[in-house]
Design a binder for this molecule. Structure first.
Ligand code: ZN
Length: 713
């Protein structure tokens, strides 16, 4: 003990109940220079007592001892003698997992079935300040983890397909495999699970006890989430927290690298379950926050393999913030959000998406506020705005490119009391262009409309509030009539869908190119059909009407609640009633309602009273209540993120002027009079159209009542 550091004798204590092994080891250790076996014990308690007194440099301890669990000795030594190095010996590979030991601060682990020279090597390594974990033992722990694509399924694929699947990101592999096999994802998930010996966990619930166990970056990277699973295991093991299995839901089969990483964070035995990738991802976002993998305080020991993100116009910025913003946008695209709002509030930066027309708060990392200024600056840089200007609203655009996605984003800032609030509108996403079926129009509605789409002139208007799908509908009409013998020009703001063969123009009011202005020019371009994104003012309205009266078919939109309201709105703008009455061929009012998730919707009973009450609000005939005792209702499952709804469907009110209504327009009658007359002539209102969709099981009363405002003529 008084020797110089290099030659200092290491005092070792040996606790091992197997007498043969103990003697063998004791003798062998005695031959190592500068190592002295200070004590050898076959029982744990006296061995621990001896260590407390003698404070050895090295403890070599067996885990299974007759009188006390070796883990308890390890903990006690770790707590009281931080300098003592510990090497654990065990007779059984299943005894303990190396990860558990590592987390307890053990320096090495070796199996006594190894050759004695191997064990001595372990002791020398640990004594010299190193670590020693026998890798062979680790690999016996999780034999299942080797197979990343079960052979039974791999055999069904071509080499190329196999490669595509394995090269896809973890959360995309199931989708890739389903595509390759041309089978539904749910079925493929079940097959992967069966082939690999896993189960599929549904109705996932996160495990609150596991929160904080795994770093966000790891969870994001591997798309795994700790879940509650089944009843607590009844065993009363002395080290319950370490013995409690950690159940993990994963988007794809775990591999060795993953389990190795996890092992360094938790000692708990891991139990894997496969689950629907979207749901796993959703839970990660809910529990860790969107982009939390990026904003996590830097942890040198773990670098995500795909951490670097290429970006063209990078001004020197904190890489974490850049990644975070990319994550938030990418997540919005995944969630099919149309808008992203960054809203500085007192003490927090709130982020919300608009999905299916509704605002959804986005769970954010707890430390987000710290990055608020950097995030706002980053967005402004991306949108090529003036970063130093914080007092005036600004507009800009982002050409977003990440992971194969190319997206146009319109950005606007407004100064609020806490900081600038930033809104992003995601444009021309690769969303599927809808045809009239997909919009939710029934055969009768389609035939009413298609007829008029063939007219050589006239105005067709679609009305409704922002986000009611007006441009989607006009787009469907354009696609319907699009042909080589028609010259179609559109004036839009923004251009939401590209239509091949159609000349699409973006208005730019900031340089004087307004709707009215653009329309004037377009008329000199010999068009057959013109689509004007929106009629906002008298100027645009007048030119559109003139265009229709001079032999053009004009499509446009107006912000009015119902279809007859469009007529009165134009008259109110100052257009002569007779011009309105002769130019307008068709007005369609529309709303989007969320569609019941086909995977989980169930019929639920409805009382006669409730039914009659709802029908009355929607303006439907009470006779409709006959024979109806139950309706499809939202439930919630993994596919619909527990909301009970997936996607949207339109409801429509289709209005055509007849001679009688023509007269009413000329007399400048109110919208209500016009609407009453239209109803008498068979116009189905939005409420009635909504009821049709409820009755056919597409949506619920709640949805229709939400979007159909009480009649305010
Ligand atoms: Zn569902």
């Amino acid at each position: 003990m008084s020797a110089a550091p290099t030659t200092r004798t290491c005092r070792a204590v040996l606790i091992e109940d197997d007498s043969v092994f103990r003697q063998l080891l004791g003798t062998t250790l005695g031959t190592i220079p500068d190592l002295q076996v200070a004590g050898a014990f076959d029982l744990g308690r006296p061995g621990l007592e001896f260590c407390r007194r003698e404070k050895p440099d090295l403890l070599v301890v067996d885990l299974s001892l007759p009188d006390i669990n070796g883990m308890e000795i390890v903990r006690e030594i770790r707590r009281t003698l931080p300098e003592t190095k510990i090497l654990v010996i065990t007779g059984s590979a299943q005894d303990r997992l190396p990860g558990d030991l590592l987390s307890l601060g053990v320096h090495g682990y070796v199996n006594k079935s190894e050759p004695i020279g191997f064990v001595v090597g372990a002791i020398e390594s640990v004594r010299g300040g190193g670590m020693f974990f026998a890798s062979r033992i680790e690999s016996t722990v999780a034999p299942k983890l080797q197979e990343n694509l079960p052979a039974a399924l791999a055999a069904l694929l071509t080499d190329e397909q196999r490669q595509t699947v394995l090269e896809a990101a973890r959360e995309k592999r199931l989708e890739a495999l389903a595509t390759a096999l041309a089978r539904p994802e749910a079925e493929v998930l079940a097959r992967v699970a069966t082939a690999a010996g896993f189960d599929v966990a549904s109705n996932l619930e996160t495990d609150p006890d596991a929160r904080g166990l795994l770093p966000a970056r790891l969870v994001h990277e591997y798309q795994i989430i700790p879940i509650k699973f089944g009843p607590a295991v009844g065993s009363v093991a002395p080290f319950s927290s370490f013995h409690t299995p950690l159940h993990l839901a994963t988007a794809w089969l775990p591999d060795q690298q993953m389990s190795d990483w996890l092992r360094t964070f938790t000692p708990r035995p891991l139990v894997w379950h496969l689950a629907v990738p979207e749901r796993v991802h959703q839970l990660i976002i809910e529990n860790f926050g969107v982009g939390s993998g990026s904003l996590e305080d830097s942890d040198e020991s773990y670098v995500a393999p795909e951490a670097q993100q290429s970006n063209d116009d990078v001004v020197d910025e904190d890489a974490a913030v850049v990644r975070f913003v990319t994550d938030v946008i990418s997540q919005a695209i995944t969630d099919q959000a149309t808008d992203i709002h960054f809203e500085p509030q007192e003490g927090q930066l709130r982020i919300r998406y608009r999905v299916d027309g509704l605002l959804v708060p986005v769970p954010v990392p707890e430390n987000l506020l710290r990055f608020q200024d950097a995030i706002i600056s980053r967005l402004k840089i991306m949108a090529r705005m003036n970063i130093s200007e914080k007092r005036l609203p600004q507009d800009g655009r982002i050409n977003f490119k990440a992971g194969g996605i190319v997206l146009d984003i319109r950005v606007s800032t407004v100064p609020t009391i806490y900081a600038e609030s930033i809104s992003l509108r995601l444009l021309n996403q690769k969303k599927e262009a809808y045809n009239m079926d997909r919009l939710g129009m029934n055969a009768e509605e389609q035939s009413q409309i298609v007829n008029i789409l063939d007219y050589p002139h006239g105005i067709i208007l679609v009305t409704g509030p922002t986000g009611s799908g007006k441009s989607t509908t006009l787009n469907a009409f354009l696609r319907k009539i699009n042909s080589t013998d028609l010259r179609i020009i559109t004036i839009e703001d923004p251009i939401e869908y590209e239509v091949p063969g159609v000349n699409q123009m973006q208005v730019r009011p900031e340089i004087g190119l307004t709707f009215a202005d653009a329309l004037r020019h377009v008329l000199r371009q010999d068009p057959d059909v013109i689509m004007v994104g929106e009629i906002r003012d008298k100027d645009t309205a007048e030119i559109a009407i003139r265009a229709s009266l001079t032999g053009h078919l004009v499509f446009s939109t107006l912000h009015t609640n119902d279809a007859p309201g469009a007529i009165t709105r134009l008259v109110d703008m100052g257009i002569e009633p007779f011009l309105v009455a002769s130019a307008i061929e068709l007005v369609i009012a529309q709303r989007l309602v969320r569609r019941l998730c086909p995977d989980c919707t169930k019929v639920a009973p409805i009382t006669k009273i409730k039914l009659l009450e709802n029908l009355a609000i929607l303006g439907c005939d009470p006779a409709e209540a006959e024979l109806i005792t139950q309706l499809k209702s939202p439930v919630g499952c993994d596919r619909c993120r527990g909301t009970g709804y997936r996607g949207r469907v339109g409801i429509f009110e289709i209005f055509r002027l007849n001679d009688e209504m023509h007269e009413l327009v000329l007399k400048r009658e109110s919208t209500r009079t016009l609407a009453d007359c239209a109803r008498q002539h068979g116009m189905r209102t939005l409420g009635q159209s909504g009821w049709e969709k409820i009755k056919s099981g597409y949506t619920s009363f709640d949805e229709v009542l939400r979007v159909v405002t009480v009649t305010d003529a």
